[in-house]
Write a new protein. Structure first.
Length: 162
């Protein structure tokens, strides 16, 4: 039986912390879907198609394994996507206890709805302070985001936010 997992997120934009979690999760599963999802509670900087494109390029440039699939999902429940692709695990990167408090109820509901388990992964400490919202703020104010994001993302945001 193939072990399939999903790493969901808004990835607006993808950060080095995201790539760290994706790379480590890819080593644990036969197939890893990195899923760009629409979060109605957030105002996105980048359209989903651009986030997918930047994720694909960042994953390719980082030389991540070929078992990583990038997709998007904007309608329905996250567990609906899991059922559709045969995934039994969600992988969530967490940076702090605030993330744990936010993610725990969703993990319980996902398990109840579709028997999809959630695994929390801690980031590399070098990236634990970085969030997409922090990157958006620094980029919007003209700061250097290159220590926090893959080169393709830094280049794209520097061109588009000038």
């Amino acid at each position: 039986m193939r072990r399939i997992a999903v790493v969901p997120g808004s990835f607006d934009p993808v950060t080095l912390g995201h790539l760290d979690v994706i790379e480590r999760a890819a080593g644990l599963f036969d197939e890893l879907h990195v899923l760009v999802v629409h979060n109605p509670a957030k105002t996105a900087l980048l359209p989903i198609t651009q986030r997918v494109s930047l994720l694909e390029r960042s994953i390719r440039d980082a030389g991540l394994p070929g078992n990583v699939v990038v997709a998007s999902w904007s309608v329905g429940l996250l567990v609906d996507y899991c059922v559709e692709v045969g995934a039994s695990v969600l992988v969530k990167g967490i940076r702090s206890q605030i993330d744990v408090a936010y993610e725990t109820p969703m993990a319980i509901v996902n398990r109840n709805l579709a028997a999809v388990e959630t695994i929390f992964m801690l980031p590399d400490p070098a990236h634990a302070h970085v969030s997409s919202s922090l990157v958006r703020q620094v980029a919007g104010l003209g700061g250097d985001i290159s220590p926090y994001v893959p080169p393709a993302v830094a280049s794209y945001l520097q061109r588009s936010m000038v």
